[in-house]
Design a protein. Structure first.
Length: 651
């Protein structure tokens, strides 16, 4: 086998024992291929099934929050878990896509970024060649079947991408001496996106640092002081991000809440989370990855490692061990009645699928090197069998996924909103949603999210909802009868305009047609206490996501291009001169800096409407590239001043 063939299997040159250098062309190809294969798997569901709305139960929640931020900043949503709507609100103007399209594709892109970061970690720690990155990144998402975070839990996916990128930056710091500041930036943005999972990740990180320090004392002649000093920058990065996240928890949204449910209808979260957690434990498809993960851990722990890789490998293995430890402890605690993370605790268990990918790499490398002529064929066959099996599991589990938004409901709400714009004046608007017999409360909650995601953003502040039919609403005046976060002020309750749409309150719509003073203003839309329009309003075309193949491809390219333009300067400034690390983490740094810049932009009172939303993007981009120029200038000065600092003739 040639040296080139062996270099594909290992980043160490078998001829000289030195690291094989990979340039930017290789880095670009492998990073884009990894993002592409992961994103393609998840967005293909729109093409195969013809969905025109984002897949997942919670996606309408992200659409309305995005449109709310684009209209009024964080006035309604607050700073808690504000990262995703801030990011998407900035992308609205940057990419020219609507909120439905952005929500439909953003999880797939962020999953790709997470796959890149996950696959780059064994590259730094174990010497894995870059060409293995697409395979390992894909297995990281597929080894558990369809990862439940991809079912509309956008905050979780964005958080995972930023956390994994931060961990990769931390390993880069240990491996090459730079990356702690990048880790702090990524961790801080992850806390703004989803603080409960950020807290889980920080528990993992601190335990991993402790594991790594302990292991270094046992394997090398270093003192405790030396070990602590070596990890101080990473500890500082974690502490700074935790302090920053804690400050964002003070910005409680107008409707209250801290970004995690404390109580729930039909059972407390303790019961709900516990039941869902047990249900996920019974999904046997995820256990196929565990034997491979054990093999991967054995390979990573026992494989020969050059001296330059040892500290990075130690931290990598410590992170994997700490992640499993914290997840097991959190699972046990949850079983005893303390709500932790429900079923998503298992979705977040990335070490298992990641180490399964490491196992495929290690076994394929062993076959290719040790089995001579048949080795490459056997290695290729192993890759096909494992990847094919995981793809089948993920495809099978993903068959139950669907888009829950109804085009008919969107059209009727849009017609109602046009009526409100023309005839409601300054009155409050109340949408009557029917709970129905035996209908789950979460269904009606989703309908309310569809209302919020469809009406004009500037109407959100004066729009409320009521669960029930018109008769109950009219009998329940004043505002105490309204069930919708913030109540209609008592002095405005008697003038409030009530809207009933057929799709989300069929019985109520039929009842409203017979009530005195009620008017059908459009097909399937009735209003109470409102004037009649000159003629029934037509149902407008439903606003939907551009999920046709060209539309999906365009949205993905525009978003990724934005992240790369904004994040490349940060990567050059904060990361070591490793092309794979810089290119791989640049999109994540772009997203993180846009989130933090957007948060600062809002806190000083600047608007997000129209072209103003480009302000945070410009600030994040210019700041990153300015830092890159400063770092480059200092490097040039250091190189030029180095020789003159020594006396002539050496010494």
């Amino acid at each position: 086998m040639s040296v080139l063939q062996r270099a594909v299997l290992n980043r160490e040159s078998p001829a000289r024992g030195r690291p094989v250098e990979y340039g930017y062309p290789t880095a670009w190809v492998t990073v884009l291929a990894t993002i592409g294969v992961v994103a393609l798997f998840f967005v293909s569901i729109y093409v195969r099934r013809g969905y025109r709305y984002p897949v997942g139960w919670d996606t309408t929640y992200y659409v309305w929050r995005t449109r709310s931020v684009a209209s009024d900043g964080l006035a309604l949503t607050g700073t808690i878990r504000a990262g995703t709507p801030l990011l998407l609100a900035e992308l609205l103007r940057t990419t020219g896509q609507n909120a439905w399209t952005l929500v439909a594709v953003i999880s797939s892109i962020m999953a790709g970024l997470a796959g890149v970061a996950a696959a780059a970690m064994p590259g730094l720690a174990l010497g894995m060649a870059p060409l293995w990155m697409p395979l390992v990144g894909l297995i990281t998402w597929l080894a558990f079947g369809w990862n439940g975070m991809m079912s509309g839990h956008v905050d979780n996916v964005v958080n995972a991408a930023l956390i994994l990128s931060g961990l990769c930056a931390a390993i880069s710091f240990v491996r090459r001496g730079r990356g702690a500041a990048a880790a702090a930036l990524l961790f801080a943005a992850a806390g703004v996106v989803h603080w409960p999972f950020f807290a889980l990740a920080m528990a993992i990180f601190w335990l991993a640092l402790a594991y790594s320090i302990w292991a270094s004392l046992g394997s090398e002649a270093v003192t405790m002081g030396d070990a602590l000093r070596a990890m101080t920058p990473l500890g500082g990065a974690a502490a700074a991000s935790m302090a920053f996240t804690a400050v964002t928890l003070l910005g409680v949204p107008a409707a209250g809440g801290v970004g995690v449910k404390l109580f729930g209808s039909g059972g407390t979260p303790v019961q709900v989370y516990k039941v869902r957690f047990i249900q996920r434990l019974h999904e046997t498809s995820r256990y196929w990855a565990f034997p491979l993960a054990a093999v991967g851990a054995l390979i990573a722990g026992r494989a020969p490692s050059p001296p330059a890789h040892r500290a990075a490998r130690r931290l990598f293995l410590s992170l994997m061990a700490a992640w499993v430890t914290i997840s097991v402890v959190a699972g046990v605690v949850q079983m005893y009645g303390v709500p932790v993370a429900g079923n998503r605790l298992l979705h977040y268990l990335f070490p298992i699928p990641l180490m399964a990918g490491v196992a495929v790499w290690g076994l394929a490398r062993w076959l290719a090197v040790r089995r001579r002529s048949l080795g490459p064929a056997l290695a290729f066959g192993l890759v096909l069998v494992v990847l094919g099996g995981f793809l089948f599991l993920a495809w099978k589990a993903g068959r139950v996924q669907r888009a829950w938004t109804e085009a008919k409901g969107v059209r009727q709400i849009a017609a109602a909103d046009r009526y409100v714009q023309g005839f409601a004046g300054d009155r409050y608007v109340v949408y009557l949603l029917d709970t129905g017999t035996g209908r789950h409360h979460e269904t009606v909650g989703r309908w309310w999210a569809v209302v919020q995601s469809t009406i004009r953003p500037d109407e959100l502040e004066r729009t409320r909802f009521y669960y029930g039919r018109p008769a109950g609403y009219l009998d329940g005046f004043p505002a105490s009868a309204l069930r919708g976060g913030t109540l209609v002020p008592p002095e405005a309750a008697s003038r409030a305009l009530a809207v009933v749409i057929d799709r989300y309150n069929h019985r109520g719509f039929q009842e409203a047609e017979a009530l005195p003073g009620a008017r059908v203003v459009a097909q399937g839309v009735a209003v109470l206490n409102g004037p009649a329009p000159p003629a029934p309003l037509p149902l407008p075309a439903a606003v939907e996501a551009n999920t046709r193949p060209i539309g999906l491809a365009l949205a993905i390219v525009l978003i990724l291009f934005t992240f790369l333009v904004v994040g490349s300067g940060w990567a050059l400034a904060l990361l070591p001169p490793d092309p794979l690390v810089r290119v791989g983490l640049a999109p994540g740094l772009g997203a993180a800096s846009m989130i933090l810049a957007g948060l600062g932009w809002d806190r000083v009172g600047l608007p997000f409407r129209g072209w103003a939303s480009l302000g945070p993007v410009a600030i994040a981009s210019v700041t990153g590239w300015a830092l890159a120029l400063i770092v480059a200038a200092r490097s040039v000065v250091g190189v030029q001043s180095g020789p003159s600092a020594s006396p002539p003739g050496g010494g």
